[in-house]
Ligand binder design. Sequence first.
Ligand code: SAH
Length: 217
Amino acid sequence: MNLNGIGMTSLRTRARLINSLRDMGITDEKVLSTMLDTPRHLFVDEGIATHAYDNSSLPIGYGQTISQPYIVALMTQIMLDGKKPAKVLEIGTGSGYQTTILSKLVGTVYSVERIEPLLKQAKRLHYKLRLRNIYHKLAKGNTFGWPDVGPFDGILVTAAPQTIPEELYTQLAPGGRMVIPSGKDNAQQLYLIERTSGGFTKTRIESVRFVPLIGNN
Ligand code: SAH
């Protein structure tokens, strides 16, 4: 496993990506330095590793994609809000890249994925990278998230439902923050849902494009 990378996967190439994230408005230095330290090229096929530090989403097989670095940075920054949440749920492990970023910035990450081979591969990588604060689960049927271990201080959803499932709201702890895309294929928006003492608030962030969250439509 080449952690440092060479040529198009080198630290210098990574640093260029981090600078463009900064230019696009990412301000959380912890998020930026975590992304600088994390070898994204290990989370994609060797054949496309030279594109790992482009600011774009890339195929990871099974019709799924690893999210664009800007979107990973934005969602993480918004969910963290400058703090260190103890318990975070990720829905859509995929390549395991976003999980890795989270694991370095929060207490414990609970990540669920419905495609078993993707989950297994991500788990293997997390083990090799010695990330010990990640719990993985295969998502089955029509339930979302991980109700048994919730509620969570943060929830990050990396696939888009047409409307936000009710059961995700109930897995958010008081004071918790959920970042989630939703809407029809070509009209998705990213939202921040906050659980306050009086209920929930919903704030629109920006237009996005995610693979669909399977199960509720
Ligand atoms: N965070 C990932 C992005 C993967 S794409 C990364 O950094 O690579 C979104 C993932 O969500 C896909 O792997 C897809 O299989 C998964 N997914 C879709 N619906 C799901 C559901 N209901 N429960 C869990 N995972 C789901």
